[in-house]
Design a protein around this ligand. Sequence first.
Ligand SMILES: Cc1cc2nc3c(=O)[nH]c(=O)nc-3n(C[C@H](O)[C@H](O)[C@H](O)COP(=O)(O)OP(=O)(O)OC[C@H]3O[C@@H](n4cnc5c(N)ncnc54)[C@H](O)[C@@H]3O)c2cc1C
Length: 267
Amino acid sequence: TGAQVTGVRQDERAVTVTWNGGQATADLVIGADGIHSTVRRLLWPDAPSPRYLGRTAWLGVTSAVDLPGSITMGPGAYFLIHPLGGDRAYWAYVTTSPQPAVRYDDEKAEAAHRVRGWHDPIPALIAATPQEAVIHVDICDLDPLPTYVRGRVALLGDAAHAMSPDRGQGAGQSIEDAVVLAAALAGEPGLDEALRRYDAERRPRTQATVRGARADGRRSTSPALHKAMTTMIRLVPGPVWRKGLNPDGNATWRWRAPSLPAPPVHG
Ligand SMILES: Cc1cc2nc3c(=O)[nH]c(=O)nc-3n(C[C@H](O)[C@H](O)[C@H](O)COP(=O)(O)OP(=O)(O)OC[C@H]3O[C@@H](n4cnc5c(N)ncnc54)[C@H](O)[C@@H]3O)c2cc1C
């Protein structure tokens, strides 16, 4: 929309949001404005800023490829390939970097340089990616907030619990937030009860996922652990890996969505 939220103020009866070009008053405001959330900065002034995790990533999307998903663990880095459907694939090269915000004149060339000598199809995949489809981002997350709710304002998604991408859970957890908040608003008698339930249900799960993703990322880019991990991958029997990947054997995927009332029929 181009609207940039700049202010949020509330009393016991309503909450008013101000943006470049207008304002609106409502019963509830949901701050789903990402890792650098303005809503969080305004209403959670003591919250820490996002934390740089010492890892940086090159990402790209390319077409005309037909590859299965895979992850390659290297010493101090990993490379992920994720098919997107059709003939497109997403790739990510993640490695350590003590300083954030280090940028290169040619990010694609830098990514290609770093995977020289890695197995096929990794170098070819980067070579086939259009220059403008390669981006370089630093990996950050958010230390735990004491609450996701202040009065009539709830934080949702990365604004509440930005996490490193090492579990592929950031967007998924944000969608879970939305479902739980909708169920609480539909099921509880009042706004206070609904927001209390939302906070109580979502904070433990999402903050545990933030911690887990942070630890996974540290492990998967640790040169010291790389050798031990590759040995373990060879030695651990397939059924044990499969148990970990099975939805019923994995706490992240075992989540059951609350039921929602049927949406109203219009017209
Ligand atoms: C490298 C990388 C890989 C990832 N891989 C995965 C993955 O495989 N699986 C997964 O589930 N997640 C993944 N994620 C995480 C995922 O991208 C995020 O968790 C998800 O996008 C969070 O959604 P959100 O809606 O909370 O925030 P965002 O997607 O950041 O959306 C926030 C929105 O708010 C808007 N906004 C911000 N400030 C204002 C303002 N003041 N006024 C108005 N609007 C504003 C922004 O423009 C934006 O549109 C990855 C993240 C990264 C960095």
